[in-house]
Design a protein around this ligand. Structure first.
Ligand SMILES: [Zn+2]
Length: 118
C-alpha cells in the first residue's frame, strides 16, 4: 500500500529500514530522516549506511521516462541490502562498460593486494 500523504520518510527501497542522512542546512551539518517540505538539494544529501541510486529513465521502461528533461528518480538502499544482493549489481567503469559488480570488486581487491605485496 502506498503512503503518499504526510512527510516523506527516508527508507530503504528494499527492506524499508529507516535511514538518516547528513545534509547542510543554513551552513550547518544536520541529520534528517525525512525530506524537508520544501525539498532539498540532492547534491548534499548524504545517506548514512545507505546509498542513493538515481536514474534519468530511458527507452524501455514504462515506469520513469521523462524523455531526457534532466529530472531523475532516486531511491535509497541500505548497505546491508546492497551487500546481500551484490551478485545482482553491475559496475560501470570509466569507459562506461558494464560488468558484474562482485567480479569488478574482486579484481580491484586482487590488484590492491598485489600492489601491497610488491
Ligand atoms: Zn535495506
Amino acid at each position: 500500500m502506498h503512503n503518499d500523504t504526510g512527510p516523506f520518510e527516508f527508507r530503504c527501497l528494499i527492506c524499508g529500514k529507516a535511514i538518516t542522512a547528513d545534509v547542510c542546512i543554513d551552513h550547518r551539518i544536520c541529520k534528517i530522516s525525512q525530506l524537508p517540505e520544501e525539498g532539498h538539494d540532492d547534491r548534499d544529501l548524504l545517506p548514512l549506511g545507505a546509498i542513493e541510486m538515481t536514474s534519468y529513465g530511458h527507452y524501455g521502461t514504462a515506469f520513469f521516462d521523462p524523455c531526457d528533461d534532466g529530472t531523475q528518480v532516486a531511491a535509497l538502499i541500505c548497505d546491508d541490502c546492497m551487500e546481500e544482493r551484490s551478485d545482482r549489481l553491475m559496475y560501470i567503469d570509466k569507459q562506461r562498460r558494464l560488468s558484474p559488480f562482485n567480479k569488478a570488486m574482486g579484481e580491484f581487491k586482487a590488484r590492491s593486494e598485489a600492489t601491497r605485496s610488491t
